[in-house]
Every structure is written in C-alpha cells, then in structure tokens.
Write a protein that binds this ligand. Structure first.
Ligand code: ADP
Ligand code: MG
Length: 615
C-alpha cells in the first residue's frame, strides 16, 4: 500500500534516495581505489587485439584523414591570399584560377573526410562485433555456477552488457581512432601554419591549451565514475525487466501491477538521475574546450593592433585566424576522445569482467573422445557442496548403475537429486570422489564427447522460441535436423498427437520459452528432444510431474520401451513410474539408500493419494 503514492509523478523525484538503490551485484567488481592512468592502459590493452585484427579500415581511414588534412593545409594560405585579392586590383582570370584551385581543394577535403569517417566507423563497429562475439563465447563457456546461485550475475545484466554497453564501446573506439591520427595530424598541421605565419602570436595562443588540458582531464575522470554508476543502474533496470516480464501471469494473479510499477519507477528514476549527471558532464567538457574561441578573439585584437602598425599584413592575419579556428577542431576531437574513453572504460571493463574467472570444469589436455558408451555409471565416494561455507549436498555417495539398467531416484525436495544430475553432466566438479562411465573417469573425457551421450529432460522444461521441429532437433544444427527422427521421437514421447493439432504442425512457432504450449505439452516436447539424439544414457529429472495420469502412463510406456537399450536415471514421485525401475534409491541428507519393493508398497499405502509416493 505504501507503494501507491509513488505513482504520483509530482512525488517522483523524491521517491528514493540514490544511495539506497541496490545496484546490480557485481561480485567481480570490488570497489577498490583505481588509478586513472592504469585504468586507461588496461582498457587499451583489452582493445588492442580487436583493433589489430581490423587494421585495414583503420589504415584506410587514416590515409583519408591525411589527405583531408593535406588539403586543409593547402586551403588556409589560399583563403588568406584570396581575401587580400579583394582589396588589390587583380585580373578576373587569376581570380578564376585561384577560385578553381580552392574549389578542388575544398571538394577533396570534404570527400576525404567522409571516407575517413566511414572507414573509422567500420573499424569501430567491427571491433564492437568482435568483442561481443568473443565475450559471448566466453560467457557460454563459463561454469554453471556463474549463472545460478546467490552470487550469479543476472541474465538481464549479461544481456545489457553485451548489447547496449558494447555499443558504447564502438563510440569510444571511433573517437579514439579519430583522435589518434586525424586530430593529431590536423593539430600539427595547423600549429605549423600558425608558427610559420607568426611565432609570437602562436606562443600566446598556445598558453591556453595546457590549462584546458588540465581541466578536461579532471572532468574526464569524473565522467568515468558517473558513467560506471549509470551503466550499473541501467543494468539493474534490465535485470529487473528480464525477471518480471516472464512472470507476468503471476504478477497479474497477485494484483501486483501497481507495486511492480513502483519498483520499476524506483529503478528507472535511479537511472534517470545517473544519466542526467552523465549527460551534463558530457555537455560541459566541449564547452570548456570552446573557451579557446576567446583565445581567437584575443588574437584578433592583438593581431589588428599589429596589422595597423604595419608589421603584419592582412592576408597573414586571415590565414592565422583560420588556422586557429581549424586548430580548435582537433583539440575538441582529442577532448572528445578522452571523454569517450573515460565514458567507455566502465563498459569495456564490465564487458570483459564477464570473461574473467577461469572455469573450474576444465578439460585436461589429453582428454579422450568416447565414440560409444555402454552406459555403466559409477559414483565413487562423491561429496559435493555449492560453496565453501555451506553444508554438503552430497556426502560420500556411492552408486553403481549397470549398463542398460533403469534406476529411479526418489527423496525429499532439496535432497540433492538435481545436483547429482548436474555432477553427472559435469556441470560442477565433485568436491571429492569421482564419477566413472564404462570405467573412464568422466574428468578424462572431452566434455562435448561426454555430454553427447546423455539425453536430458531437465526439471524446468527449457524450450526456445522457434518451431516444434527445431526444438526437438535442438542438438543438430538447424539445417541438419532429420524430420523423420523428429517425428519418431515425438511419437515415442506421445507428443505427435498434440503437435499435429497445432496450427502448423511441426512448423508451428512455439513462442518465447514455448509459451504457446501447456505444461504437460512442454514436458512431452522436452522428452521428445531427449529421445531425438538417441543417447545411451537418458536422464529424466521429474520429467513427468506435469503430466496428467493418462499422458504419464503413455510416457511411462515409452520410457519402458527405451529401457531395453538405454541406461535410464529417472527422478520421479509416482509409484508406477518408480516401480518400473530395476532398482530404487532414496536420496536424503546427502546419502543414498536402496529401497526394496516392499518398502515402496508400504510407503504407497501410507500415501493419501493413490498415485503419489510417500516414503
Ligand atoms: P532436489 O533436486 O533433490 O530437489 P537440488 O539438487 O535441486 O534438490 O538441491 C539440493 C540443495 O542444493 C538444496 O538445498 C538447494 O538449496 C541447494 N542448491 C541447489 N542449487 C544451488 C546453487 N546453484 N547454489 C547453491 N545451492 C544450491
Ligand atoms: Mg530437483
């Protein structure tokens, strides 16, 4: 209820003290003292390989910039002499020739400048693309522990870093590339012109620059800090949306629209204030650089005094002031580059933070490939806990599954059944003990080769937007999906019937996370997907829990058919499902206990429902 008055826009600015905003958890980003220079060199080191691999457009852009500066250096003295022509008597043909040369130079300069920008943007965007692709590859390689558990970085945050923040990187790279050669070249060319025309006036002009550099550097550092906070606040907003939108049904069912909106406003307002601060700072820096125009004004005054005393002619004066005006531009460019670098630094850091930690699940160098497995699995004294300071989930567990055998796993929720599957898939390494398949320690098998032999139906059905066929044939690249096998798998999983009633059959788009389908349909699709690959080992983690008893028994028959040539590990609660297994184990307090048939039936009699198992 106290959320309600947040909705009044007039109160918006007061809804939340900024410090109380819980910024995205960044476990990899300790807030320690940062030396600005070491930060910058760190950033440049990260960018280097990506720039190196895109050297062609960079070089082309720089060549165009040299042409542009070269033309500009030709233009300036001509403008000076052109202006003096106006006061002298000069033939029309000379004027025409001079005008023609000037026109060609101006045109060359404009064209060269266009291509300079086009090539440098190409380099910057290629860098962005390369970095995104590199970072996402690393993200996919990271351990499961990066994505789940209390310290995980939320998927919304990761998505934000790879999309929006990475595009900030392109702006930074462009500004840098534009500064390194083009601005510097132009700066030197203009300074040389000025020195040639009048060393003393140049000296006076030069005095403004160091003062400005100092102020700009100071503001740039402030900008970096503000940018970092702005990135974090928008990432928090993105993670929030990413969490709440998929749960929209639940939000509505709980009448939580107002409170969710208030939550959104709190986060969006935090972002608003951070961004405003950032934009103001970004607006300030160019203005400071503009101060140099006062310098121009000053030079004009000094110059006109000198001209009127006859020691300096009018055309030199015009050339000098034109050079000075064209000198401001590269100085602004350098300032902007510094600006962009400082603003992009946090984005680059946050992007690369995603790639930082080494995986714990690693492949040994001489890992073997398993072409076939029979499916004999041994857990030997396996203990496991998720973190150092939490209790063991599995405690010295031993289990020997013979090839082709079907094992059912029961036990209380939170007992560690799913964890056992994660260890089998090598998504986590055991804290102690080992797991073997056909007498190979799974740590000695190439990950890809090992996981290929396991068909998994996970507890939370994971479907992707795409067609039914693409979801069932998920393991094969889209072009290679074998439609015959897809239909076979769907028939065995008892999904064929409902798929045919969908508007486009196997080509029906099932929407984000399969939202077109019911819970039971999703599960049958997930089962079909696990069957499609025809792996020797099949793992069903509460795969039939969302099925009605009729579909459940059909799936059970399917699994029974499969049991003949697969090793099956099935986690379930229904008695019938459990009874078809060769052996049944209960996982409780980290230990396994084999249940005999009579215990099971006795447990069944204690049960209130006719199908649920209470043991
Ligand atoms: P089950 O599948 O038997 O219901 P789980 O294997 O999912 O149980 O969970 C076993 C225990 O491990 C639970 O206490 C749960 O809180 C904990 N747990 C599960 N996943 C994680 C994780 N990623 N980080 C920390 N603890 C976890
Ligand atoms: Mg589970």
């Amino acid at each position: 209820p106290n959320f309600l008055h947040f909705n009044s826009p007039s109160k918006l600015p007061f809804i939340t003290p900024l410090k109380s905003i819980n910024s995205t958890k960044l476990p990899l980003n300790p807030q320690t003292y940062e030396n600005p220079l070491s930060k910058t060199s760190e950033t440049l080191t990260k960018l280097k390989p990506f720039l190196q691999s895109n050297y062609q457009p960079i070089l082309l852009g720089w060549i165009c910039s040299s042409i542009s500066v070269f033309s500009l250096s030709g233009i300036i003295p001509r403008i000076g002499s052109f202006s003096s022509n106006l006061t002298n008597n000069i033939s029309l043909s000379t004027l025409r020739d001079q005008g023609l040369v000037l026109g060609v130079l101006v045109f060359a300069q404009l064209v060269a400048r266009y291509w300079q920008q086009a090539f440098l943007w190409e380099a910057a965007l290629r860098t962005e693309y390369g970095m995104r692709s590199f970072v996402f590859e690393k993200v996919l390689e990271r351990d499961l522990s990066f994505f789940e558990g209390g310290n995980a970085v939320s998927s919304g945050d990761i998505a934000y870093r790879i999309t929006a923040e990475a595009s900030d990187v392109a702006d930074t790279v462009f500004a840098l590339l534009n500064a390194i050669v083009p601005s510097t070249l132009q700066l030197f060319a203009m300074a040389t012109q000025m020195l040639v025309i009048s060393p003393s006036l140049s000296f006076i002009s030069a005095m403004v620059i160091p003062c400005m550099a100092f102020v700009v550097a100071y503001l740039g550092e402030r900008l970096r800090k503000i940018s970092k906070r702005a990135h974090q606040s928008i990432a928090t907003l993105a993670s929030y949306l990413n969490e709440v939108l998929p749960a929209i049904l639940f939000v509505k069912a709980n009448n939580a629209e107002l409170s969710e909106h208030a939550r959104f406003q709190r986060l969006a307002y935090a972002d608003y204030s951070q961004c405003l601060e950032k934009k103001k700072m970004k607006a300030l820096i160019p203005q400071i650089i503009q101060i140099i125009y006062f310098g121009v004004l000053f030079i004009l005054c000094v110059g006109s005094v000198v001209v009127s005393h006859g020691s300096f002619d009018g055309s030199s004066m015009v050339s000098f002031v034109t050079s000075l005006i064209f000198l401001v531009e590269p100085i602004q460019g350098l300032g902007k580059a510094y600006n962009e670098l400082k603003q992009g630094e946090p984005a680059i850091k946050r992007l690369f933070d995603l790639t930082k930690l080494k995986s714990k699940v690693i492949e040994i160098p001489d890992a073997i490939d398993l072409a076939h497995v029979k499916g004999e699995i041994k857990f030997c004294d396996v203990s496991f806990k998720y973190a150092d300071d939490v209790p063991l989930v599995l405690d010295g567990l031993n289990l020997h599954i013979r090839a082709g055998e079907t094992i059912a796993l029961v036990g209380p929720s939170g007992g560690g059944k799913t964890t056992l599957i994660k260890l089998l898939l090598r998504l986590y390494e055991p804290s102690s003990g080992s797991i073997h398949v056909d007498n190979h320690n799974i740590q000695r098998i190439r990950l890809e080769s090992w996981r290929r032999h396991i068909g998994l139906v996970s507890q939370d059905t994971m479907l992707f937007s795409g067609t039914v066929a693409e979801n069932i044939g998920y393991r094969d690249l889209m072009a290679n999906i074998d439609l015959g096998r897809v239909e076979l798998a769907a028939r065995v999983a008892n999904a064929d019937e409902f798929i045919r009633t969908l508007p486009d059959g196997y080509k029906t788009q099932i929407g984000p996370r399969g939202s077109l389908l019911s819970g039971g349909q999703k599960q049958r699709l997930a089962i079909a997907r696990a069957l499609y690959q025809n792996s020797s080992i099949l793992v069903l983690d509460e795969a039939t829990s969302a099925l009605d008893s009729r579909s459940e028994s059909l799936v059970r028959q399917a699994v029974e058919r499969l049991m003949e040539n697969h090793t099956v590990l099935v986690i379930a609660h229904r008695l019938e499902t459990v009874l078809m297994a060769d052996r049944v184990f209960r996982l409780q307090d980290g230990k396994l206990e084999e249940l005999t048939r009579s215990t099971l039936l006795a447990g069944h009699q204690n049960s209130l429902s006719s199908t649920e198992l209470v043991i």
